[in-house]
Design a protein around this ligand. Sequence first.
Ligand SMILES: [Zn+2]
Length: 164
Amino acid sequence: MKCSKCGCMDSKVIDSRMSEDGTSIRRRRECLGCGRRFTTYEVIERTPVLVIKSNGTRQPFDADKIRRGVIKACEKRPVTAEKINALVADVERMVYNTLLQEISSKQIGEFVMKGLKDLDEVAYIRFASVYRDFRDVTTFVEFISDLERLIKEDKDGKEGGADK
Ligand SMILES: [Zn+2]
């Protein structure tokens, strides 16, 4: 890294620190020519992922949009900011792990719903009602009965089906 003061190409690293989320490393360097200190950041290069919306248009994947959607769904629910952030980070990881350059908004919605389902049932239903394309009330009712069945199965599984 060329020193911006003297143009010297050599520097030594005097401190390295990983960011809290582990996605970047901050290095404090000292120029061997003039002693000037400066900071560099090292990050993993990611290929940008495009999101295909239902109308066919594309836009860059944006984790903040996911976060806003999740916060909205969790409104007035006992879900901590920490849990929301962890869910968003999980979704982000899943999106990049697909190694696809384009991913549908529907697929991302499925990832979010998978996470919300474990987090809060009400938030899950709220989010699902926006992301799933409910054409009419019947579809919605079917979806809710599906959900109730899943929740029931989940409970029965946990209790070992001892009550029935
Ligand atoms: Zn220098």
